[in-house]
Design a protein around this ligand. Structure first.
Ligand SMILES: [Zn+2]
Length: 82
């Protein structure tokens, strides 16, 4: 299957909707300043303008969102154990 199924409940499925929007969004390149950074693979982002490649979040460039995602992964892991 092309995209992973999200099956951890309604809250996470809601989150997945926002994640998809972030995945297709373009971000500002720190090298050339153009808003042309696109997600090319999990955690890999590349500027279409200058070719600069970034290792970012799996679904977003921003650290804040990455932090939220990390907390969600933590809580998913906890709920899977318990
Ligand atoms: Zn660039």
């Amino acid at each position: 299957m092309a995209s992973p199924n999200i099956r951890y409940g309604a809250r996470i499925r809601k989150r997945q909707k926002a994640v998809k929007a972030d995945k297709v969004a373009l971000y500002k390149c720190e090298e050339c300043g153009h808003v042309a950074v696109k997600r090319i693979s999990t955690s890999i982002w590349r500027c279409r303008h200058c070719g600069a490649t970034y290792a970012g979040g799996a679904y977003t460039m921003t650290t804040a969102a990455g932090e939220v995602a990390r907390r969600q992964v933590d809580s998913i892991r906890k709920s899977n154990k318990g």
